[in-house]
Design a protein around this ligand. Structure first.
Ligand code: FAD
Length: 633
């Protein structure tokens, strides 16, 4: 491939969502030549779809809020499996990242006193989500893009060229990471979607910020780009994934009409007063408050309703339990025959708020239901049900620098694991992107500075082999397979066998199906040529999805307990022994997934001291509690 177009950077960021752009801005501001690659159009990432808001304990709506309270909520939401250092950094740094965004040009909704407004969300003790109506992600991406452009203009003034220090390559998909002979990152191989031409990006540091894996499931809020590329690229380059069994099924996706099944209905509908009812009209969430949360949630509808006006003296409505709890409850109502006509439940805001207020607070939801389902949410309830939304598991990283175990490889945002433990709280992703995106940028800059003159060189043989694999998909084979058929089969199986409720026999069955799909994938043949060819692109994505799904299934089989985004019907309880275990997956020399148990990092004493002993007793083992008691005496 001597004729391949080549680009040189100090730092290469893969992904232009919130995490990638924040990392790129950091690397460029610290003076490094930075490239950004994204699979779709610049500005079209998951981040743009985020509706509800960004969690940061600024204390504007309730002065009692601070990083300690946010840390506690995050650990509770993740059922104490979070990497505690990540949860700490996130809670401490989120407010700075939100204020900083306004210096880039963002403008959040305001309180009457002119402060950044904050709204309620599931699992957050105080109103904490800074927002712009229900279009927060759009503002986030728009502002980060604006910052990128303003930095490029600075460079143009200084050097006469916009792209001397920061360049974005849109509609470009990375297929392989490249390493030097010493095993250090040396760059990435990508193709442009329009012409199907390959390009080599040489860079000693790569930040993976490729988002999630939702497209491996049939019903999902995610869009076409999210095929687990980052997780698979990391694995194949020698890095590790952790806790891939934890997948968040958002409780409220649209269930009707079929063409839009899975599209998200923001949690803000519940945060702003919307309630869930079954076909009998009952507010069923009161029946599903688990013991660990009992003391924080209302017992009666009256108390729950009073909470919206007077949160100091009343307990929260159970509709605002963490997402895993609400999703399981809806699943159960439907299973027991109390679902809505199209297999969901009813989410009603129309009887709770005046029409003009609904339109003001939830403009996108109003529009979405009118356009897609012909439902006026100011007049009638929505039908909603669980949808695959977010992956808590991901690439194992160092909390402070976002470094993976591969020299020169960093990861931030949804593609990284650890921060959210077994379940993410709403609003904690946008803040995660900015906090750890920035840290990954700094991590990469420091790594490159430490290299001095010893820059890693791309191995041409690796490039050749990678290009040959991709082009080999056009070759004729016996019993050819179509990539779309395989993708649909994979999505069906993941939804049915490794979905919201899991059982040993079914997960085993899924692994057998994955073996078969792997075999069939070897015979995939794509039609047409390299010019904008979605079938060919999907065939390349399939390799990533199959690998990542195997990691999800293996971890789901191994963890014999139920916690957060992993529910085992055959092991329904949360087990304190399992709280101490991270499941870590890597590839062996033959490319097979290896799974190991690894201890969860210890929670520092001062962080543990933020909790009452009675609360810790719900999560920690007796031995851990005694050790803590011993420390205190
Ligand atoms: P993304 O924003 O997903 O961006 C990934 C980038 O990587 C894209 O540019 C993509 O093109 C690129 N990419 C992927 N693969 C490749 C490849 N192989 N080569 C090159 N580029 C690649 N979170 C909140 O905190 N609050 C909310 O209100 C909220 N609402 C949400 C609503 C919806 C509908 C959805 C789907 C998610 C929501 N989330 C919310 C979650 C949050 O939006 C995502 O977790 C977050 O945006 C992920 O950001 P990211 O930067 O990690 O990746």
């Amino acid at each position: 491939p001597t004729e391949l177009e080549t680009h040189d950077f100090d730092v290469l960021v893969i992904g232009a969502g919130g995490a990638g752009l924040r990392a790129a801005i950091e690397a460029r501001e610290q003076g490094l030549k930075t490239g950004v690659i994204c699979k779709s159009l610049f500005g079209k990432a998951h981040t743009v779809m985020a509706e509800g808001g960004i969690a940061a304990s600024m204390g504007n709506a309730n002065p009692k809020d601070n990083w300690e309270v946010h840390f506690r909520d995050t650990m509770r939401g993740g059922k104490f499996l979070n990497n505690p250092r990540m949860a700490e950094l996130h809670a401490k740094e989120a407010p700075q990242r939100v204020w900083e965004l306004e210096t880039y040009g963002a403008l959040f909704d305001r309180t009457d006193e002119g402060k950044i407004s904050q709204r309620n969300f599931g699992g957050h003790e105080y109103p904490r989500l800074a927002h712009v109506g229900d279009r927060t992600g759009l503002e986030l991406i728009r502002t980060l893009q604006q910052k990128v452009v303003s930095l490029q203009q600075e460079d143009k003034r200084e050097t006469g060229d916009y792209f001397t220090k920061l360049e974005v390559f849109a509609e470009t998909t990375v297929t392989d990471l490249l390493k030097d002979d010493a095993g250090r990152i040396a760059g990435a191989l990508a193709y442009d979607r329009e012409y199907g031409k390959f390009r080599v990006y040489r860079a000693p540091a790569v930040v993976l910020a490729t988002g999630g894996i939702g497209k491996a499931f049939k019903v999902t809020s995610n869009s076409w780009e999210y095929t687990g590329d980052g997780a698979a690229l990391a694995l194949r380059s020698g890095a590790a994934l952790i806790n891939m069994e934890f997948i968040q099924f958002h409780p409220t996706g649209m269930v009707w009409p079929p063409s839009v099944k899975g599209i998200l209905v923001t949690e803000s509908v519940r945060g702003d007063g919307g309630v869930l009812r079954n076909s009998e009209g009952k507010r069923f969430m009161f029946d599903y408050v688990p013991d660990v949360f009992r003391s924080q949630y209302a017992d009666t509808e009256e108390e729950a309703d009073r909470w919206y006006k007077d949160p100091e003296n009343n307990k929260r409505p159970p509709e605002l339990l963490p997402r895993d709890e609400v999703a399981r409850a809806i699943n159960n109502e439907v299973k027991e025959g109390r679902g809505s006509p199209h297999g969901g439940v009813f989410l009603d805001v129309s009887s709770r708020l005046p029409a003009d207020e609904i339109i003001r607070r939830l403009p996108s939801m109003h529009h979405q239901f009118k356009e897609l389902a012909d439902v006026d949410i100011t007049a009638e309830p929505m039908e909603v049900g669980p949808t695959c939304h977010y992956v808590m598991g991901g690439i194992e990283v160092d909390p402070d620098t976002a470094a993976t175990s591969v020299p020169g490889l960093f990861a931030a945002g949804e593609v990284a694991g650890g921060m959210h433990g077994s379940n993410r709280l709403g609003g904690n992703s946008l803040s995660d992107l900015l906090v750890f995106g920035r840290r990954a940028g700094t991590g990469a800059v420091e790594y490159v500075a430490g290299l001095g003159n010893s820059r890693p060189a791309v191995n041409d043989g690796d490039v050749q082999r990678a290009v040959e694999w991709s082009l080999g998909l056009f070759e004729e084979r016996e019993h050819p397979e179509n990539p779309y058929d395989l993708h649909h089969a994979l999505q069906d199986q993941m939804n049915d066998l490794v979905g919201i409720i899991r059982r040993e026999a079914e997960v085993r069955e899924a692994l057998t199906v994955l073996d078969e799909l792997d075999e069939r994938a070897k015979r995939v043949v794509v039609q047409g040529n390299r010019h904008f060819n979605p079938g060919w692109h999907l065939a390349m994505d399939l390799r990533n999805m199959l690998l990542v799904c195997r990691c999800v299934a293996l971890a789901a089989l191994e963890r014999t307990e139920s916690r957060g985004g992993h529910t085992r019907e055959d092991h329904p309880a949360m087990d304190p022994q399992w709280r101490k275990v991270n499941l870590v997956e890597t590839l062996d020399g033959d490319g097979r997934v290896e799974l190991k148990r690894q201890p969860v990092p210890e929670i520092r004493q001062d962080l543990l001291d933020l909790f009452e002993r009675s609360e810790l007793a719900k999560y920690l083992t007796e031995e851990e509690l005694q050790r803590r008691a011993g420390d205190e005496s």
